[in-house]
Write a protein that binds this ligand. Structure first.
Ligand SMILES: [Zn+2]
Length: 110
C-alpha cells in the first residue's frame, strides 16, 4: 500500500494521498483509483515513479493487435479510430518510429 502522507517534491510540505479516475478514449477506458499526491501547502499534484509504473502497466492491457497491410511497395499498419482520435492523429501527419528491441517498435507522436 501507498503511504498516506509523503513530503512534497516541490516545496517540502506535506502531501496527502488521493485517488482519481482517469478517462481515456472518450471514457471507453477508465482507470479506476489511480493514486496521486496533492500537497497541502503549495496545492501541486504529482505521482511517484511507482505510481506511474502502475498506471503504465494497466494501460498495457489495452494494447491492440492490428494486421499489417500492404500499400504499394510499403507495408502499413492501420490505427483504430479510437486511438487515432485519442492521439489527435490526422492523415498526412508525421510520426516517428522508434525501434526499441526485436519485439517492440514504438510510435512517437511529434
Ligand atoms: Zn508543496
Amino acid at each position: 500500500m501507498e503511504k498516506e502522507k509523503i513530503k512534497c517534491v516541490f516545496c517540502g510540505g506535506i502531501s496527502e494521498l488521493h485517488q482519481e479516475e482517469i478517462e481515456l478514449l472518450d471514457g471507453k477506458i477508465i482507470l479506476k483509483e489511480q493514486p496521486y499526491y496533492k500537497c497541502k501547502k503549495c496545492r501541486k499534484e504529482f505521482v511517484t515513479s511507482k505510481q506511474m509504473k502502475e498506471t503504465e502497466n494497466q494501460l498495457n492491457v489495452f494494447s491492440v493487435t492490428r494486421p499489417i497491410v500492404s500499400t504499394g511497395r510499403s507495408l502499413a499498419i492501420t490505427l483504430p479510430t479510437d486511438i487515432a482520435k485519442f492521439y489527435k492523429l490526422k492523415k498526412g501527419e508525421k510520426v516517428t518510429l522508434i525501434p526499441e528491441n526485436k519485439h517492440i517498435l514504438k510510435i512517437k507522436i511529434c
